[in-house]
Design a protein around this ligand. Structure first.
Ligand code: NAD
Ligand code: LMR
Length: 340
């Protein structure tokens, strides 16, 4: 019928308008630590993202080579490499999203908190520059310990008068990626349709996967299975650190997770509706000042920090036992930023 045809053609036209580059806003993404184990594959994945028009690759060394290499890929994003303090301002100028995988990774036997000594200073320096050169950018913090580096970033931004809690994110997407993979394997369901929220923080027991809310639901899993899945998700980073035997921590799966989260931020900025990801953000969901939970992303960053939903008794117990460790990591970050 003519009216149906008209509706269909309007729908197609709207879709074409949305996907055409003319209708899409220019978006600059900066990666700080772009020559590293995560930085390089993340640069590759962001170069493949059609929402990125400009890709700025910054590191203290090695970026000219990475930028030259990635820039030859025949996708629209214009790639530029920046190296050293002198070029940081230009790398950041006009950025919509800044992704930070700068800093040292773990070796076997280390905790993420053992990285604090080196990474806290790196993150503080980079965030000071962000406050100065792109104060409105969404900041995606990957550098560990995330439970402390996000509070450090918040304090740096507060000191500079640029803090906007809607624009600061600890990237916990790798915990979600792992929880989905491990759940799909155990429940024997296709991994592509699986969803599992992961809340709390990003270290050991502070990582709390909510398998009771996993979809599709499975009644094939026993309580022991769920306990084992929880432990494997919490120890996922250590599993990789040990397998790499001194050659660093997760880089490829992290680059994938960072690209998923970066893409979600860009979609939110562009006004795509219903973009929801878990992230470690300023929060009132619990009594802790920062907490990871599902977050709805929009044109200004966080649109809504979503609640935890119904938890199983096992998850409630996990929530109570993570609080003191998470709180002391948060306080450690805040004190470092205030006192240094
Ligand atoms: P890497 O050593 O391979 O790379 C780090 C890069 O940071 C290097 O290229 C280094 O030159 C650069 N760098 C150091 N100081 C810098 C500065 N001041 N400015 C810009 N760049 C600087 O390490 P990696 O494997 O890529 O890991 C990076 C960080 O990400 C580590 O802290 C690691 O623990 C963390 N990580 C987090 C997650 C997560 O889920 N959030 C997952 C994996 C790794
Ligand atoms: C991870 O979860 O893989 C990262 O936080 C890196 C690490 O040190 O485990």
């Amino acid at each position: 019928r003519p009216s149906l045809l008209r509706t269909a053609s309007q729908h197609l036209r709207r879709r074409r308008d949305y996907s055409s580059s003319a209708a899409q806003p220019e978006r600059k993404v900066a990666i700080l630590g772009a020559a590293g184990g995560i930085g390089q594959p993340l640069a590759l994945l962001m170069k493949l993202n059609p929402l990125v028009s400009s890709l700025s690759l910054y590191d203290i060394a090695g970026t000219p080579g990475v930028a030259a290499d990635v820039s030859h890929i025949n996708t629209p994003a214009l790639v530029k490499g920046f190296m050293g303090d002198d070029q940081l301002a230009e790398a950041l100028q006009g950025a919509d999203v800044v992704i930070i995988p700068a800093g040292v990774p773990r070796k076997p036997g280390m905790t993420r908190d053992d990285l604090f000594k080196i990474n806290a200073g790196i993150v503080k320096g980079l965030c000071t520059a962000i406050a100065k050169h792109c104060p409105n950018a969404l900041v995606n913090m990957i550098s560990n310990p995330v439970n402390s580096t996000v509070p450090i970033a918040a304090e740096v931004f507060k000191k500079a008068g640029t803090f906007d809690e809607k624009k600061l994110f600890g990237v916990t997407t790798l915990d979600v990626v792992r929880a989905k993979t491990f759940y799909a394997g155990k429940a024997n369901v296709p991994v592509t349709g699986v969803n599992v929220p992961v809340v709390g923080g990003h270290a050991g027991i502070t990582i709390l996967p909510l398998f009771s809310q996993a979809t599709p639901a499975s009644n094939a899993l026993s309580h022991e299975d769920l306990k084992a899945l929880t432990k494997r998700t919490q120890d996922g980073g250590t599993e990789v650190v040990e397998a790499k035997a001194g050659k660093g921590s997760a880089t490829l799966s992290m680059a994938y997770a960072g690209a998923v989260f970066g893409d979600a931020c860009l979609k939110g900025l562009n006004g795509v509706p219903d973009i929801v990801e878990c992230s470690f953000v300023q929060s009132t969901v619990t009594d802790l000042p920062f907490f990871a939970s599902k977050v709805r992303l929009g044109r200004n960053g966080v649109e809504e920090v979503m609640g935890l939903g119904e938890l199983s008794a096992f998850e409630k117990e996990g929530l109570e036992s993570l609080k003191s460790e998470l709180m002391s990591s948060i306080v450690k970050g805040v004190m470092f930023a205030r006192e240094s």
